[in-house]
Ligand binder design. Structure first.
Ligand code: URP
Ligand code: ZN
Length: 452
């Protein structure tokens, strides 16, 4: 049996066209007008709808152990919630486990996702200050099908110290791994924190003040210099500021190996939310910035300054969020997998910042290319996996957090006006979301190895 999606606006790599799309055995086999169907075929009428490649969320944290607790979403609820939003593949993280090799830590994480995921997945291998980072260990990670490593410039003993940076840039370059970085200058953050404590300004409302934009900008500058020096593929995670994005845009004029992502909350929301009584809900790092930052960030995204939009989904329930008395006790991170496509479509395409091809690049093709999943993933093309989202752009709805499926129970986007809804999410030919209803019964997500 085949599935035929009829008369949708199909978004290909270079153009969009009204066409039919045929799926057989998990793959796209034909894209053209008037594909005839037999009575055994499943036909989906996509008239008036947009047919996009399944979203690849290149930055999620499911079942993340964060000090004394875990994120609200594990791989089951996280991947289910993501599939409601049109995502078909995500990239999580494998953290080094003490007393284990990086490879053992990786295998454990992949096994967990393999058991629990509705969607296809891979991971970025994290490297921490204390974990082994020698060449041989990372070579094995690469051979296991992982294309990227990540380090943090801040966060206690998870962070990699300044003295270790060059070594990691060199190793990543030699092994042709993408180096993903959480870029906030730790010294600036530490000094700011001490200063605020000394002034008695420790309430939650100081969260954004405690992580000033200079910390991001300074760190991005350092990382770009190192990437230029060592020829490393650099990917800056969750760029929150116009200033940081500009640095990446500028650096790309001479070096296309420098790349970055942002997340919808940075171009939609602003730091005034943290001043509210329930401000803890809106805390992540880097923090939300000034309102004046939203449009410029979106403009840079539209102008190829940044390559991907991901979510940094890291969900905590309200009890956990509200447990902090001081900004430095916060469990930072917010949910976003289910709203990634709808928010980016609304603020990008509907608001005329960019077109559907750009949307598809930012959410699917670019992450697939950067993390070596392309052309199996990230594109509507004959021979590619039939990972498809059918989007109805007509409805205009106020987002109601109660309609979402993250176990955290709330959304930072609650109440904002969104244009369009996800009607179908199809993973390797299998319908997971059918007319907005989740119908998958089995967790059949698979590990997608780097495509070399
Ligand atoms: O606050 C955030 N972003 N939490 C997730 C971990 C990270 O920094 O990406
Ligand atoms: Zn993250």
């Amino acid at each position: 049996m085949s599935t035929i999606i009829k008369n949708g606006l199909v978004v290909l790599e270079e153009k969009s066209l009204i066409a039919d799309l045929k799926i057989v055995d998990q793959k796209i086999v034909e894209i053209k007008e008037n594909i005839s169907a037999t009575e055994n075929d499943k036909v989906i009428d996509a008239i008036g709808k947009i047919v996009l490649p399944g979203v690849i969320d290149a930055h999620v944290h499911f079942n993340l152990n964060f000090g004394d607790c875990y994120t609200a979403d594990d791989f089951v609820s996280g991947s289910k919630s993501a599939s409601y939003g049109g995502t078909t593949t995500y990239i999580d993280f494998a953290s080094p486990i003490r007393e284990k090799t990086l490879l053992e830590s990786l295998e454990k994480r992949l096994a967990e996702a393999g058991r629990d995921s509705y969607l296809d997945y891979t991971v970025h291998m994290e490297v921490t200050g204390w974990s082994s980072k020698n060449y041989q260990e990372l070579k094995k990670i690469k051979e296991a099908g992982i294309n990227s490593i990540k380090f943090y410039t801040t966060y206690g003993d998870t962070k990699v110290s300044v003295e270790q940076f060059a070594d990691l840039f060199k190793t990543a370059s030699e092994l042709d791994l993408v180096l993903m970085i959480h870029a906030e200058n730790d010294q600036i953050l530490s000094e700011k924190k001490e200063q605020l404590i000394a002034q008695g300004k420790t309430q939650i409302k100081y969260h954004a003040v405690s992580r000033p934009l200079e910390a991001e900008v300074e760190s991005i500058k350092t990382m770009i210099n190192l990437a230029n020096q060592f020829g490393t593929n650099l990917y800056i995670a969750h760029v929150s500021t116009e200033e940081g994005a500009k640095l990446i845009k500028e650096a790309r004029k001479s070096n296309k190996k420098i790349m970055g992502e942002t997340c919808p909350h940075y171009f939609i929301l602003n730091d005034s939310l943290i001043e509210l009584e329930d401000g803890a809900k809106y805390t992540m790092s880097p923090p939300l910035r000034k309102k004046a930052n939203n449009q410029p960030l979106l403009n840079i995204l539209a102008a190829d300054g940044l390559q991907c939009v991901s979510t940094d989904h890291c969900s905590f329930d309200l009890q956990t969020k509200f447990a902090a008395d001081h900004f430095y006790q916060l469990k930072c991170g917010v949910a976003g997998v289910e709203t990634l496509l709808r928010t980016t479509y609304t603020y990008g395409v509907h608001n005329n910042k960019f077109d559907l091809i750009k949307l598809s690049n930012l959410l699917s093709t670019n992450p697939a290319k950067i993390f070596n999943l392309y052309p199996r993933k990230g594109v509507i093309k004959v021979g590619s996996d039939a990972d498809i989202v059918i989007y109805d752009p007509k409805p205009e709805l106020l987002l109601n957090e109660r309609d979402l499926h993250s176990r955290c129970g709330y959304s930072i986007f609650n109440g904002i006006k969104l244009k369009g809804v996800v009607e179908y999410t199809i993973l390797r030919g299998k319908i997971l979301v059918d007319q907005g209803k989740f119908i998958a019964t089995k967790k059949e997500g698979i590990f997608i190895k780097s495509q070399i």
